[in-house]
Ligand binder design. Structure first.
Ligand code: ZN
Length: 276
């Protein structure tokens, strides 16, 4: 029995997989080992299709008045988006504001760590078309078949929230009740916004250029239908992370806009603890 337990323990250790920073450091541009280690990523209860852990990090200061959910790597081939999220964890740690940040740097780890990296998840689903917007069954498939001509990179899936990654994010939205969602993408080099507030005009070198709404997108679901403002950042390159000074500028502009635009919101209901 004892021998069996020992074998089991050794076996489970062997299947624990690489530490997150081994993979992030190897894959992401402009992310040093030290930056990733300092981010202190925590395993969540969320798993990808292939069973990869979805990592998160909470940074909260005393008596937070705002909750902000930051998501990178929803599209696995947009490497820079995960890198910027890791840089922002460092900046959030150094700030002392009444904000509770929750970072999900790589929502789609199967796509991010595939060789080569892929936009879609392991089921071939575009996660940013898989959120339950009204009339999803009709609009998402119509959009995919007619507008994208069945582009396999933009398949919305068989039904809304069919994917473990989108279900995880959807559950996080319910648990965390963010006042703001920041969703980082690439490579269109603009800023998009959905929701009830006044949009930010610019973040660093990115200017507001609203692209319109897509069936099943997070901006459409969260911003238009749930009243949670969604800032969508489209970095100018998927493979090149912005320089540190630009990452800092975007961060400063975001917080300045938050202070002006979101300061008046009533104190939010307490968030539930992160599920492991
Ligand atoms: Zn994207």
């Amino acid at each position: 029995m004892a021998a069996g337990l020992a074998v089991l323990a050794a076996g489970s250790g062997a299947h624990a997989g690489p530490r997150p920073c081994d993979e992030f450091y190897a894959r992401l541009p402009n992310v040093s080992w030290a930056l990733c280690q300092a981010a202190q990523l925590q395993p969540s209860a969320g798993r990808s299709v292939k069973g990869r852990t979805i990592y998160t990090r909470d940074v909260a200061h005393a008596q937070p008045e705002l909750r902000v959910l930051v998501i990178g790597g929803m599209h696995g081939d947009e490497l820079s988006s995960a890198a910027v999220a890791l840089h922002w964890i460092r900046l959030a740690q150094g700030a002392n504001e009444a904000v509770h940040w929750r970072f999900i740097p790589a929502l789609n780890p199967d796509g991010l760590f595939d060789q080569p990296a892929r936009r879609v998840n392991a089921n071939g689903v575009d996660l940013n078309r898989n959120f339950p917007t009204p009339n999803w069954e009709r609009d998402a498939s119509y959009y995919w078949e007619i507008r994208t001509r069945k582009d396999p990179r933009r398949w919305p899936g068989r039904q809304p929230l069919s994917e473990p990654e989108t279900r995880f994010l959807h559950d996080e939205m319910l648990r965390f009740k963010p006042n703001l969602i920041v969703s980082i993408h690439a490579p269109y080099g603009i800023l998009d916004f959905d929701g009830p507030s006044t949009p930010p005009r610019r973040l660093g070198r990115l200017y507001l250029d609203q692209l319109g709404v897509f069936p099943g997108s997070l901006g459409n679901y969260g911003g238009v239908h749930k009243g949670m403002p969604v800032v969508t950042i489209e970095l100018p390159s998927a493979l090149l992370t912005p320089r540190n000074v630009e990452i800092q500028r975007m961060w400063t502009d975001l917080r300045q806009w938050m202070g002006v635009t979101l300061a008046g919101v009533s104190a939010p209901a307490p968030a539930e603890p992160l599920q492991r």
